[in-house]
Ligand binder design. Structure first.
Ligand SMILES: Nc1ncnc2c1ncn2[C@@H]1O[C@H](COP(=O)(O)OP(=O)(O)OP(=O)(O)O)[C@@H](O)[C@H]1O
Ligand SMILES: [Mg+2]
Length: 233
């Protein structure tokens, strides 16, 4: 469960987010969208505990993130948009298991989870490659895999699948969104995938334009999507 309670954010004297309120039930999915600069990334960073200069309160599973401290790291998985090139070691396997090692997971369990991940996403052929030489989509896939191996309750993704092949994307959607195993929040401007999510939060100039059922939004707010430049006339 994620509860966002009257969040506002100003940076360098500029209002970035204003009075954001919404609640997402456990094991449901939310897509956050809106024009460029509308505050999507900042909102996700606030929920993830990466941006702290906001006012308001965030609750994850009924606990304020301000009180969660280190527990936040085990509860949340954050997959950002711009960490593609800088966040890899020299070895993909090490990248994949890093989070589990930090959590002091026993080695046999790490191996079991790693083997399953490699099989589920056909990662075998990537394992010999140096992470820096992976393609953009492959990096995104390794990034996502290194987060879901920890099985966080809440998964936050900022445009994290843009370069991933359709077949792999389908597996990811099956495992992450349709499985209902996670409470998922994903930022995207890809209108075609909106309907895969239970709810949508559409931001405009730092304010909520719409929060609610995705299919209703798609039916009633086409004009807004055209105005926002997300679909063609
Ligand atoms: N440190 C900062 N100081 C001032 N303004 C900032 C700062 N960081 C971000 N902003 C502004 O906050 C606004 C929201 O940024 P954000 O990155 O959340 O947008 P976004 O909706 O994710 O856009 P995009 O779709 O392009 O990724 C932008 O107008 C940006 O210029
Ligand atoms: Mg962004």
């Amino acid at each position: 469960m994620i509860k966002v309670n009257d969040i506002s954010l100003s940076l360098s004297g500029r209002g970035i987010l204003k009075n954001i309120n919404f609640k997402l039930e456990e094991n449901t999915s939310l897509v956050i969208s809106g024009p460029s600069g509308s505050g999507k990334t900042k909102l996700l960073e606030i929920i993830a505990g990466l941006e702290n200069s906001y006012i308001g309160e965030i609750f994850i599973n009924n606990k304020s993130t301000a009180e969660l401290g280190d527990e936040l790291y085990n509860t949340l998985g954050f997959i950002g948009n711009f960490r593609l090139d800088n966040n890899f070691s020299e070895n993909i396997i090490y990248d994949l298991v890093f989070g589990l090692e930090i959590q002091n997971t026993p080695n046999p369990e790490i191996k079991k989870k790693l083997d399953k991940l490699i099989k589920d996403f056909s990662l075998e052929k990537l394992l010999g490659t140096e992470p820096n030489n992976l393609s953009g989509g492959e990096k995104q896939l390794v990034n996502i895999c290194s987060t879901i191996i920890k099985e966080p309750k809440v998964l936050l993704m900022d445009d994290a699948m843009t370069m991933i092949d359709t077949d792999k994307k389908k597996i990811l959607f099956d495992k992450i969104i349709y499985s209902k195993k996670y409470t998922t929040v994903m930022i995207t401007q890809d209108v075609d995938i909106f309907s895969d999510f239970d709810k949508i939060l559409f931001l405009d100039k730092g304010e909520i334009y719409y929060f609610g059922d995705t299919k209703t939004f798609l039916k009633d707010h086409r004009k807004k999507l055209i105005e926002s430049g997300l679909i063609a006339k």
